[in-house]
Design a protein around this ligand. Structure first.
Ligand SMILES: [Fe+2]
Length: 378
């Protein structure tokens, strides 16, 4: 199954080149909002996204994680919950493994559509690096730990390439996801700046993950167990290895993510913050990263085509957050729409989603609650 056949493709170029009230822009914005309501995900096309920048970024992050472990450990910041710098493998647990409503969701999926079994409670064998890309708030924040300074690797060769490469690719993804936030707001009947303003001082993160495919390249290995993301939107560039599966809210089908073979595309997934703010109209999308048959084939091909490169699967991911001090309260018009959607749909839209209550809270509080679940915060 090709993702382009199942997920709508939203053209950001249309939004950027025409007036907000034009019919084309209205339609594209509605398509974005509807895609997020139905699938919790969309593909976007944006001419500002360069495949070459993504490739330069993937090379850098492969080289970084190819360093000895002692070198990587210098970049760990456990005292601030790993919110900047590196998180090494076997630290983060899939939240779902310890979370009952989430296990119910898996139980209600058709057995053929279920994620790989996470019930063994093993932490994920993936590493990650967080590079902060937010604008510090001009006011005193209640959540300073989430706004700590960036870490630059000490190796001179990596250090020289690090910041320009991270900033260039990160900014491209940030620009795209900001446009999608505006398009989604318009498509939901809100002011275009609703989400953009709420995320103005968000602790946005460029957060690539790395999986060692020499150690963890066997078929059916879980690299990141079934989970949702705690931020507002997650945006992904093309990875060199397949293996990301997403679940569309209304179908219960596992969808292997495949980008169109060429072109300027990114994948956007809804996270917990947009779920909360929309009162569940848009649900955070479940996903996993595993070694599937296509991953194994790609590993074998890459050994031949790039014998000198490290065999590490990098995911090119950016996490877009709302400001930590923002009051997260479901928007009344969207909450009402979410309730009528549930009331009028006896089908799979209800799967595991009936009884969620979205208590008002600061965004920073939601993030802290989620981090406790995944074992990154004591
Ligand atoms: Fe994720």
């Amino acid at each position: 199954m090709s993702l382009s056949e199942t997920l709508p493709v939203i053209d950001v170029d249309v939004f950027l080149s025409q007036p907000e009230d034009s019919e084309d822009v209205r339609q594209e914005c509605k398509k974005a909002a509807d895609a997020l309501i139905t699938y919790g995900a969309l593909l976007l096309h944006d001419s500002r996204v360069s495949e070459e920048d993504n490739s330069t970024f993937l090379d850098l992050v492969e080289d970084y994680f190819n360093q000895p472990i002692a070198e990587l450990q210098k970049d760990e910041r456990p005292e601030i919950m790993y919110q900047v710098g590196v998180t090494l493998e076997n630290t983060e647990k899939p939240k779902c493994a310890v979370d009952e409503p989430c296990l119910d969701i898996i139980a209600q999926l058709d057995p053929a559509e279920r994620p790989l079994d996470i019930s063994g409670h093993h932490p994920d064998p993936k590493c990650r690096f967080f590079w902060k890309m937010g604008t510090p708030p001009p006011y005193e924040t209640q959540y300073p730990a989430l706004n700590a300074p960036n870490v630059v690797p000490q190796d001179p060769e990596l250090k020289a390439r690090w910041e320009p490469t991270m900033e260039k690719w990160g900014q491209a993804m940030k620009d795209s996801v900001t446009s999608i936030s505006e398009m989604t707001a318009i498509g939901l009947g809100l002011n275009r700046n609703t989400f953009k303003e709420a995320g103005k001082y968000g602790p946005h993160l460029l957060g690539p993950t790395a999986s060692d495919l020499v150690k963890y390249g066997r078929k059916d290995t879980i690299l990141a167990g079934f989970h949702t993301d705690l931020n507002f939107f997650s945006i992904h560039g093309r990875s060199r290895y397949p293996g990301l599966h997403i679940w569309a809210r209304n179908t219960g089908k596992r969808i292997p993510v495949r980008f169109p073979p060429t072109g300027r595309y990114l994948l956007v997934q809804a996270g917990k913050q947009i779920e909360h703010l929309t009162g569940g109209l848009i649900k955070a999308g479940f996903h996993e990263v595993v070694v599937n048959e296509a991953t194994v084939q790609t590993i074998e091909k890459r050994k031949i085509s790039h014998p000198d490169r490290p065999l590490i699967r990098i995911s090119s991911t950016f996490f877009w957050h709302l400001s930590s001090d923002y009051d997260l309260v479901p928007i009344p018009s969207l909450k009402a729409r979410a309730q009528s959607l549930l009331a009028n749909d006896a089908g799979p839209a209800k799967r595991g989603f009936q009884e969620t209550v979205y208590e008002p809270m600061k965004v920073g509080k939601l993030v802290q609650n989620e981090l406790k679940h995944i074992a990154l915060m004591a």
